[in-house]
Design a protein around this ligand. Structure first.
Ligand code: 5AD
Length: 418
């Protein structure tokens, strides 16, 4: 029997019968679902959050408060129901308004360099996991990585995201020297690292070498689900430790999660929001899970785009100034995924500045986009598409700007699994 038999197949989420505070109907006059009273179609007997209560959850988030778990669960389910399109549109409009109040119509771009797909970790969802013998491995030299950044700098990029598997050859000294060279060769640029779990000393050292930001998604804030998606030596507690060390080393820190992971329930997603609320990351990457053929999770369904967008919009309400990318996974899951992400409150895009021949090898999941508007060389087309949405591409560093009542410190570490 497959070791993954415990993960239920079929629909990857379900509405929990007793999760909402009250069995509810949608009857409020003037609601976007007016004329369709009763439980949402397709979910007979299940309860959803009454409209005024769901509005209250959004109000609380916008006021900087954390709604209770069951209210969050009901809210996520209400807004991501397939039929709730009008309701979702209203949520997205609200998230956009928050983004516009903080960033105007600016969309920041980051030049992404996927510099190695060699990885010592074995995450069950990921196409470049150590255990995938079919992956064609590559590793770029520091000179080559630097050349990609310089090329990106000439295209106008002022943030470079160095993302890679946990490749042991990229030791602290190799990475620190590389960061210092990029900072020297590309004036006024920010360097973001995304190179996985390291020691507190390593994070501090790389920060001193000039790295400004660090992306390390928490993947899921439920320790049990985390344990099911990773081998025993990869724990949620360790991931949380890393995120706190990153914050304390002074990075603008990015967390984030996949939506629609095998075995993930709405309760898990509510925990993700609670986790983000406590950690207060400066950046949050949210994308749908997409299966990869050569992983143990190959046969599971991809996460829902609608649900991913709802999580993005809720994250925007909760962390108004956070830098939220419209992720490549979102663009892969739906043709207009990135546009939809921006219209749900995202304000960052990460075009690929890696060499063309490597892009196809950085295959985290089936069909991962690496050309078209994902490619830095097609900036003109990207600009046009973004302008057509009513937004403007910004090439400057686009740092996290602290302000009143905004995400900032993390007062105390969230308890692992809490
Ligand atoms: N589907 C979607 N996202 C994935 N990632 C890894 N594998 C997948 C997948 N199968 C995401 C993880 C990781 C980031 C680099 O890519 O969240 O942190």
């Amino acid at each position: 029997m497959s070791p993954f038999a415990f993960l239920q197949k079929g629909p990857l989420w379900q509405i929990r019968g007793n999760a909402s505070p009250a069995a509810a109907t949608i009857q409020r006059a003037g609601s976007p679902l007016r004329g369709r009273p009763g439980p949402l179609p397709g979910q007979p007997g299940e309860c959803v959050l009454p409209m005024d209560m769901s509005a209250k959850v959004l109000d609380l988030l916008e006021q900087g408060a954390l709604p209770g778990r069951s209210a969050l669960v009901a809210c996520i389910d209400l807004y991501s129901a397939p039929e709730a399109e009008a309701l979702r549109a209203a949520l997205f409009a609200r998230a956009r308004a928050v983004a516009r109040a903080c960033f105007g119509r600016h969309i920041f771009v980051r030049g992404l360099v996927e510099f190695t797909n060699i990885c010592r970790k074995d995450c069950y969802y990921c196409g470049i996991r150590r255990g995938n013998a079919r992956a064609a491995r590559y590793r770029m030299s520091p000179d080559h990585i630097l050349a990609c950044c310089v090329n990106g700098w000439n295209l106008g990029f002022r943030t470079f995201v160095l993302q890679g598997g946990e490749d042991p050859l990229f030791s602290d000294d190799v990475l620190a020297a590389l960061v210092a060279r990029i900072k020297a060769a590309c004036p006024e640029s920010a360097v973001t690292l995304s190179v996985g779990e390291r020691s507190a000393a390593s994070y501090a050292y790389l920060r001193r070498a000039g790295a400004d930001r660090y992306l390390l998604r928490h993947e899921t804030a439920d320790a049990t689900l985390y344990a099911r998606l990773h081998p025993a030596d990869q724990t949620f507690a360790e991931r949380v430790r890393c995120l706190h060390d990153l914050k304390h080393a002074g990075y603008q820190t990015g967390a984030g999660m996949m939506v629609g992971l095998p075995g993930q329930t709405t309760e898990h997603l509510a925990k993700d929001l609670e986790f983000l609320y406590r950690l207060r990351p400066e950046m949050v990457g949210i994308g749908p899970f997409i299966p990869h053929n050569d992983t143990p999770l190959a046969d599971f369904q991809a996460g829902s785009v609608a649900r991913t967008l709802v999580m993005l919009a809720l994250a925007r309400l909760m962390l108004p100034r956070a830098l939220l990318p419209a992720t490549t996974a979102l663009g892969t899951a739906a043709e207009d995924g990135r546009e939809k992400g921006i219209l749900a409150g995202a304000n960052v895009l990460m075009p690929n500045v890696s060499p063309r021949e490597n892009r196809k090898k950085y295959m985290l999941y089936n069909g991962k986009l690496s050309d078209g508007d994902e490619a830095a060389e097609n900036m003109a087309s990207l600009r046009r598409h973004i302008a057509a949405l009513g937004y403007e591409i910004r090439m400057d560093r686009g740092d996290y700007a602290a302000g009143e009542g905004l995400p900032q410190a993390c007062p105390r570490p969230p308890k692992a699994g809490a």
